[in-house]
Design a protein. Structure first.
Length: 94
């Protein structure tokens, strides 16, 4: 016969699963940000635009799931878009 597990053990298991899921989502968002910044530093406008789009999607997903706060998501998106606009505004104006 199976041994009944306590509610504390179940909650611990659930919180551990959530922690790992949240950690993966945050890591994915950080990786997308790093790849975007690398593309900007490489002065590759097309690649940076593509990576920015992916980064915004990652951040919005994390924000909607409550992994990152809405304000943090907004702040990060704003900073990344500002970096993109400052970096490639001179080339677009020519």
């Amino acid at each position: 016969m199976a041994v009944k597990q306590s509610s504390a053990e179940k909650r611990h298991r659930q919180s551990e699963e959530r922690r790992m899921r949240n950690k993966a989502a945050k890591s994915s968002a950080r990786t997308s940000a790093r790849k975007f910044i690398e593309a900007v530093h490489a002065k590759d406008s097309a690649l940076a635009s593509e990576r920015l789009k992916a980064l915004v999607k990652e951040l919005d997903t994390a924000g909607s799931k409550g992994i990152l706060s809405k304000n943090a998501v907004s702040r990060k998106k704003s900073r990344m878009m500002k970096l993109y606009n400052v970096s490639f505004a001179a080339t677009a104006a020519k």
